[in-house]
Design a binder for this molecule. Structure first.
Ligand code: BDR
Ligand code: CA
Length: 342
C-alpha cells in the first residue's frame, strides 16, 4: 500500500511505485520529441510545455482528428506555435478518424473548433504537405539519436507509423501517451477518450513492444487547475498567458454548467512534462491490454500489476503507468511555463 492517491480504488492489489523507464531530457542534452495531438484545450497547454522547457527539443507537432475535426486541430497547432513564438516547429496533418469504428469527437468539451471560443491570429507558417505519418518517419530517419513521442490524442497516427515503417521502431526511444485509465474512464465508465476514439490503434501501440508510459486518468485527474490560476495568469504580460486564461475560463465555465466542479484536469501537459521533470509523476509497471471489442468496455485499458497473476499467466509488464503527481507543484509549473512565453 505504497500509493496513497489510489487507496480509494476498489482493488485489492495496490501497485508499488517503481523507477521510471521513460528517458529524461536535460538542459545540456534536450530530448528530441514529436507531439502528436488534437488541440484541444489541454493540448494547447501541453504544446506550451514542450516549447518552453529547455529539457525538450520539439521537432514537430502532428495533428490527429479527436477533440475536433482534424483540419481544426492542424490549424490550432500552427496558430498555437505561432502564439508561443515557435514558428520554426513544423506541423503536419494526420488521420481524420480512427482505423476502425465511428468518428468520435469531444467538441462538447473543447468547442466546435477545439479551442473553446478563442480565435487565434493566423500563423505565417503553413502545414507540411507530406502528412503526419510521413513527417514523423522522415524526422525519425534523419535524427542521429532515437526520438521520443508524446501522443496526446487518439493513437491513429502512431499505429500507422508503427505499421507503415516497422524498420523505424528502433528510432523511437519512448512513447509517453496521454490516454487510458486503470480505474474509471471518462468517455464511458470503462474508457478514456483518446483510447475510446480509436481502440484498434491503441491495441497496436500497446502490443508493439515499444517502451511506453501510459499517462492516464489515474494521474491526470490529480493534475488539476482551479479558478485561482486565472489571477496568477493575469499578472503575466504575454499574449500566451492571456490565451491560456481564456481557454481555462471556457473549461471552468463549462464544467460548472455541467455540475462537475471547478477543477480542470490538464491531462496532456503531464505526458510532455514527464520527459522533462524526473520526479513529477510517480509510475508503476503494469501489463496493459486494450479492449477493442464492440462491447460495453470498448476502449478500456485493462492494467494488471498483480505479481501472482502476471507470473501465473506468463505476462511481463509492458508499460509504466502514471499514478501520482503533486497538484500544487503542477500548477506552479504551468504558471512558470506561461511566464516564459511571449
Ligand atoms: C484526453 O481527451 C481529450 O479530450 C483531451 O485533450 C485529452 O487528451 C483526456 O481524456
Ligand atoms: Ca488531447
Amino acid at each position: 500500500m505504497s500509493n496513497p492517491s489510489v487507496l480509494g480504488w476498489p482493488t485489492f492489489h495496490h501497485a508499488k511505485l517503481t523507477p521510471r523507464t521513460a528517458p529524461l531530457g536535460t538542459v545540456a542534452k534536450p530530448l528530441p520529441l514529436i507531439i502528436d495531438s488534437d488541440p484541444g484545450l489541454d493540448d494547447a497547454l501541453a504544446i506550451a510545455c514542450a516549447v518552453v522547457r529547455p529539457e525538450i527539443n520539439l521537432l514537430a507537432v502532428t495533428s490527429v482528428g479527436g477533440n475536433a475535426d482534424v483540419h481544426h486541430c492542424t490549424e490550432n497547432a500552427l496558430r498555437l506555435l505561432h502564439l508561443y513564438g515557435a514558428d520554426d516547429v513544423p506541423v503536419a496533418e494526420g488521420a481524420v478518424g480512427p482505423l476502425t469504428g465511428p468518428l468520435e469527437r469531444a467538441t462538447e468539451v473543447h468547442g466546435e473548433g477545439g479551442l473553446g471560443n478563442t480565435k487565434l491570429p493566423k500563423a505565417p507558417r503553413t502545414v507540411e504537405p507530406e502528412g503526419a505519418v510521413a513527417l514523423m518517419a522522415r524526422l525519425l530517419e534523419a535524427s542521429p539519436e532515437p526520438v521520443a513521442i508524446a501522443p496526446v490524442g487518439p493513437l491513429t497516427n502512431i499505429a500507422l507509423l508503427i505499421r507503415s515503417y516497422p524498420h523505424l521502431s528502433p528510432k523511437i526511444s519512448h512513447i509517453c501517451l496521454m490516454g487510458g485509465s486503470v480505474g474509471e474512464g471518462n468517455s464511458s465508465a470503462s474508457a478514456e477518450f483518446n483510447i475510446y476514439a480509436d481502440p484498434t490503434a491503441a491495441e497496436i501501440v500497446f502490443n508493439s513492444g515499444l517502451p511506453i508510459t501510459m499517462i492516464g486518468l489515474d494521474v491526470t485527474h490529480h493534475a488539476t487547475l482551479d479558478r485561482s490560476i486565472l489571477d496568477r495568469l493575469k499578472t503575466l504580460p504575454g499574449a500566451s498567458a492571456k490565451t491560456a486564461a481564456e481557454l481555462l475560463k471556457f473549461s471552468f465555465d463549462r464544467s460548472a454548467a455541467w455540475g462537475q466542479g471547478e477543477k480542470m484536469a490538464i491531462h496532456d501537459a503531464v505526458a510532455v512534462l514527464h520527459f522533462a521533470i524526473p520526479d513529477l509523476v510517480g509510475v508503476a509497471r503494469y501489463h496493459v491490454v486494450v479492449d477493442a471489442t464492440q462491447g460495453p468496455a470498448r476502449g478500456r485499458t485493462i492494467g494488471d500489476a498483480n505479481p501472482y497473476r502476471l507470473k501465473r499467466d506468463k505476462l511481463e509488464p509492458n508499460c509504466d503507468v502514471g499514478l501520482t503527481i503533486d497538484s500544487q507543484r503542477f500548477a506552479d509549473i504551468m504558471v512558470d511555463i506561461y511566464s516564459k512565453l511571449p
